[in-house]
Design a protein around this ligand. Structure first.
Ligand code: XMP
Ligand code: MG
Length: 177
């Protein structure tokens, strides 16, 4: 079993979510944004985010995967479920757990833009700047993190550790490019 270390305890996570929510609230004061959360790992972040937002908004989900069961990025990204809500003309905010190479989010953004929303922004809990292969705009960000495999607060390793209230990392798991 890998060693789990705390990176950000729950109070720091809550502060970051509060900061992100305040920024979104300021920018979307007179709008009814459509939040499209990318399943599965964003579900804890999303639940805290909508409560911190405390405003009218619409919610939908998309699902894709780029990782297999382990820590290695397979390099293949497939959108496997698009949001059912009509995106055309809407102010969309994509909610994602983590941007690593940037491949997943950039492909998802491209697919969404083809459906002619009024605007699209991205809200990302974590990003690993040192791993970026594709430039992708991150409009609202929780934390930049070093190149470590992150779990907890919804993120998993092989479906494990999603329940951890802190954002943690696995000490003996490295990521090869
Ligand atoms: P890319 O490389 O396309 O990858 O930006 C984004 C997706 O990869 C997953 N990912 C992680 N999942 N801990 C995780 O639990 C990590 O450290 C990690 N890094 C990348 C994640 O699903 C994200 O959507
Ligand atoms: Mg994900």
């Amino acid at each position: 079993m890998p060693d789990v270390k705390v990176m950000f305890p729950p109070d720091e996570v809550a502060k970051a979510v509060g900061r992100v929510a305040a920024d979104i609230k300021r920018d979307y004061r007179d709008k009814n944004p459509l939040l499209v959360a990318i399943l599965k790992s964003s579900f804890v972040f999303l639940a805290d985010l909508v409560r911190a937002l405390n405003m009218h908004l619409e919610l939908d989900f998309a699902r894709h995967f780029s990782y297999g069961r382990g820590v290695e990025n397979s390099g293949k990204v497939r959108v496997i479920q698009r949001p059912a809500t009509l995106v055309r003309g809407r102010d969309v905010i994509i909610v994602e757990d983590i941007v690593d190479t940037g491949l997943t989010l950039s492909l998802f953004l491209e697919a969404l833009r083809r459906r002619k929303p009024a605007s699209v922004k991205t809200c990302v809990l974590l990003e690993k700047p040192s791993r970026r292969k594709v430039a992708v705009p991150i409009d609202y960000l929780g934390f930049s993190v070093p190149d470590k495999f992150v779990v907890g607060y919804g993120l998993d390793y092989d479906e494990k550790f999603r329940y951890l209230p802190a954002i943690c990392w696995l000490e003996d798991k490295s990521q090869e490019p």
